[in-house]
Design a binder for this molecule. Structure first.
Ligand code: C2E
Ligand code: MG
Ligand code: MG
Length: 389
C-alpha cells in the first residue's frame, strides 16, 4: 500500500527486547510510516520528542517500567496516542489504560503478542492526525452550568482509598474521594471541578452529598475497625454549622466520632486561621478527628500549627513520592514527621508508590500510609472484597 507523505505517522517503539522493537519498527516502516525503535530507558529519554504521533509501548518489561513511561509522557506534555503491547501479563493492561486515560492520553489499541502486521496496521489506521481532529469542546474545564446540571442529575459518586497501618500492614481507614461521571466527557477528577465548585458556591451542595454518602457508607462498615477521612473545603467550614451537623449525622447512624476524620488543606486553613479556630476546636471537642492535608506545600508557621487542634498530619504526596530518591523531599518528610510527633499528631504519608518508600517510612516511625503501591481509590464493593473480608 502507498501512504502519502502527509499521512505518514511518526512512531516511537519501546520494547526492552531489541528483536521485538526492531520487528515492530520494520513492520511500521513496511506499512509506510516512520519509526524509531528503542529498548532502554536512556535511549527512550534521548529519542523522545513531542514530534511523535504514536508511541507503541510494551508494558511488561522487566528492566523498564511502562507505567513510568506513561507518566513521563504526561509530564512532558506528549500529545502522542498510545498503542500498548502485552505479552503474558494482561492485568497490567487495564491499569495502564486507566492511567493513560486519567492523564488525557488516547489509547489507540492493544496488541497481544504475538500479533500480525495486519493487526498493527488496523490499529494505526485509527490514528487521526491532530490537524484533522474535530475541535474539542471550547474548553476541557467544566462550566458552572455543567456542574449545576451534574449535581441535579446525580452524576457524582465517591470512591474510597484505603489507608494502612504501616506496622501491621492492616487496613486502618479509607479516604472518601469525589468523582464526577459526566455523560459525555466521562470520568472527571476533582482537581478539575472542586476549584470551580468552590468559586461558585456549589461546593456546599457537593459537600452535603459527600458527607451524607460517606456517613451512610460508614454506617454499613460500622463493625469494622476503620476510620473514614472526608475532605472538606474551607468555605464549607465557615458556611455550615459543621460540628453540630456532623454530630447529628453520626448520632443518627450510630457511628463513633473518632472514626470520622475531617481533612482540611494546609493552605486553606493558614490563610484564615482565626475564623476556623472556633469551629475546628468544637469539632475536636466532639471527638472528631482533624487532619491537616497536603502538609508541606503551604506556609504554616509553627505558631499557627500549634494553635489549631489537629490530631493528624498528612504529608503531601509530592514529598512522599520522592522521599527515598531526593534529599530535599526526604528532609521535608523527616522534619514534618518529627514536628507532628512532637505535637502528638499521628502521621499519614500519602502517595506511596513503591516498596522502598513504604519500608523507609515504616522505619522512620510513620504510622499510616496511603498510596497506589497498596491500593488505588476504588468502589465500596472492592474495598469489602479485598480488605474487609
Ligand atoms: P487529597 O485529599 O490530597 O487526596 C489524595 C489524592 O492523591 C487523590 O487524588 C488520590 O487518588 C491521590 N493519590 C493517592 N495515592 C497516590 C499515589 O500513590 N500516587 C499518586 N500519583 N496519587 C495518589 P484525587 O482523588 O484526584 O483527589 C485530588 C484532590 O481533590 C484531593 O486531594 C482533595 O483535595 C480534592 N477532593 C477529592 N474529593 C473531595 C471532596 O469530596 N471534597 C473536597 N472539598 N475536595 C475533594
Ligand atoms: Mg485528602
Ligand atoms: Mg493530600
Amino acid at each position: 500500500m502507498h501512504i502519502s507523505k502527509t499521512d505518514q505517522i511518526n512512531i516511537l517503539v519501546i520494547d526492552d527486547e531489541t528483536d521485538m522493537s526492531e520487528f515492530v519498527a520494520d513492520a511500521v516502516t513496511a506499512i509506510g510510516h516512520n519509526a524509531v525503535a528503542v529498548s532502554d530507558a536512556d535511549d527512550f529519554v534521548r529519542a523522545y520528542s513531542t514530534a511523535f504521533d504514536v508511541i507503541i509501548l510494551d508494558l511488561f518489561m522487566p528492566k523498564l517500567d511502562g507505567i513510568e513511561i506513561i507518566r513521563f509522557l504526561h509530564e512532558n506534555r506528549s500529545h502522542a496516542s498510545l498503542v500498548l503491547m502485552s505479552g503474558k501479563d494482561k492485568s497490567i493492561l487495564h491499569s495502564a489504560s486507566e492511567l493513560a486515560s486519567e492523564r488525557n492520553m488516547e489509547v489507540l489499541g492493544v496488541l497481544e503478542k504475538p500479533f500480525t502486521i495486519d493487526q498493527l496496521e488496523a490499529i494505526l489506521d485509527k490514528f487521526i492526525p491532530h490537524a484533522h481532529r474535530q475541535k474539542a469542546p471550547p474548553s476541557d474545564i467544566p462550566t458552572e452550568q455543567g456542574l449545576r446540571r451534574g449535581i441535579a442529575d446525580h452524576e457524582f459518586f465517591l470512591v474510597y482509598q484505603p489507608q494502612f497501618d504501616l506496622n501491621t500492614g492492616m487496613i486502618s481507614g479509607v479516604e472518601a474521594l469525589l468523582r464526577w461521571q459526566h455523560p459525555v466527557r466521562g470520568l472527571i477528577h476533582p482537581g478539575l471541578f472542586i476549584p470551580l465548585a468552590e468559586q461558585s458556591g456549589l461546593i456546599n451542595n457537593l459537600t452535603e452529598y459527600v458527607l451524607e454518602e460517606a456517613m451512610s457508607q460508614m454506617a454499613r462498615w460500622r463493625d469494622h475497625d476503620i476510620t473514614m477521612s472526608i475532605n472538606v473545603s474551607p468555605t464549607t467550614v465557615v458556611d455550615l454549622d459543621m460540628p453540630e451537623k456532623l454530630d447529628e449525622m453520626i448520632k443518627a447512624r450510630d457511628i463513633a466520632p473518632e472514626k470520622i476524620i475531617i481533612e482540611l488543606t494546609e493552605t486553606a486553613i493558614m490563610e484564615n486561621v482565626g475564623s476556623y479556630m472556633d469551629i475546628l476546636t468544637r469539632l475536636r471537642m466532639k471527638n472528631f478527628g482533624l487532619s491537616i492535608d497536603d502538609f508541606g506545600i503551604g506556609y504554616s508557621s509553627m505558631q499557627q500549627l500549634v494553635r489549631v487542634p489537629f490530631n493528624e498530619l498528612k504529608i503531601d504526596q509530592s514529598f512522599i513520592r520522592q522521599a527515598v530518591t531526593d534529599r530535599e523531599c526526604q528532609a521535608v518528610t523527616q522534619m514534618s514527621m518529627s514536628l507532628a510527633h512532637g505535637l502528638n499528631m499521628r502521621v499519614v504519608a500519602e502517595g506511596i508508590e513503591n516498596q522502598e518508600t513504604y519500608d523507609w517510612l515504616k522505619s522512620m516511625g510513620c504510622e499510616i500510609g496511603q498510596g497506589f503501591h497498596m491500593a488505588r481509590p476504588t468502589s465500596p464493593v472492592e474495598i469489602e472484597e479485598r480488605f474487609l473480608s
